[in-house]
Ligand binder design. Structure first.
Ligand code: PGA
Length: 253
């Protein structure tokens, strides 16, 4: 079984200015170029996607969108399409981030439509999942994560799985400074891989990268990434500064 290439992604959420995007990427690009053992992606706010694509230039940093519509074009005021993303050189999209689920009321059906549309458009799709604190306290973590996983991947065939990454992000750990312990995260990651194996076979499940997200920092990244089923990180706050994001990238190398 081939070892999975670690994937470290920066989710910039609704932060930064155009000038800051340029500065951050020009600091990251030459350093990431020296590291061949980690895949790196950034997810800037939509107005800066083009700026980011230009700023990464030929460096191996990939650029993706934080959100996208499930339709190709038309009367969808305020939305951006997969065709637009491809047109400007983005090859990735986040789907089902907990802020989309909880603040913008995206349900599993919408998330599945976006995911399938992204796959059809040949984008790489990062499907985000995770339980709330209340759900964890009620011992519903596995049930919630399994439901989100299976609903998110509804009607997705095994042939498309190579363009999917899963990001497990416990909602109580996002932006709170509270990280899941490496053992807590590993536990859920192992279950996710088990459900993927039930649905798509062991070999496919072993090839899929499952990222952890939720208060990942330089101080905790190495230990999280050393867990057997944690194949990378989706980093929010700590990806907004070149030094902390680079330190996390290097922990995965
Ligand atoms: P955080 O965000 O690292 O700031 O907790 C992670 C995310 O929401 O993707």
């Amino acid at each position: 079984m081939g070892k999975r290439l670690p994937f470290i992604a920066g989710n910039w959420k609704m932060n930064l200015t155009a000038a800051e995007v340029k500065t951050l990427l020009s600091a990251l690009a030459p350093e990431v170029e020296k590291i061949s053992t980690v895949e790196v992606a950034v997810f800037p706010p939509a107005p800066y996607l083009l700026t980011a694509v230009a700023a990464v230039g030929n460096s191996p940093i990939q650029v993706g969108a934080q959100n996208m519509c499930w339709e190709e074009a038309g009367a969808f005021t305020g939305e951006i399409s997969s065709a637009m993303l491809l047109d400007i050189g983005c090859n990735q999209v986040l789907v089902g981030h907990s802020e989309r689920r909880h603040i913008f009321q995206e349900n599993d059906e919408i998330i599945n439509r976006k995911l399938r549309h992204g796959l059809e458009a040949s984008l790489t799709v990062v499907l985000c999942l995770g339980e709330t604190l209340e759900e964890r306290e009620r011992e519903q973590t596995n049930q919630v994560v399994m439901t989100q996983l299976r609903a998110g991947l509804k009607q997705v065939g095994v042939e498309d799985l190579s363009r999917i990454l899963i990001a497990y992000e416990p909602v109580w750990a996002i932006g709170t400074g509270k990280t899941a312990t490496p053992a807590q995260a590993q536990d859920v990651h192992e279950s996710i891989r088990g459900w993927l194996a039930e649905d798509y076979g062991r070999e496919t499940a072993e090839s899929i990268r499952i990222l952890y997200g939720g208060s990942v920092k330089p101080q905790n990244a190495a230990e999280l990434l050393s867990q057997p089923d944690i194949d990378g990180a989706l980093v929010g706050g700590a990806s907004l500064k070149a030094d902390s994001f680079l330190a996390i990238i290097r922990s995965g190398a």
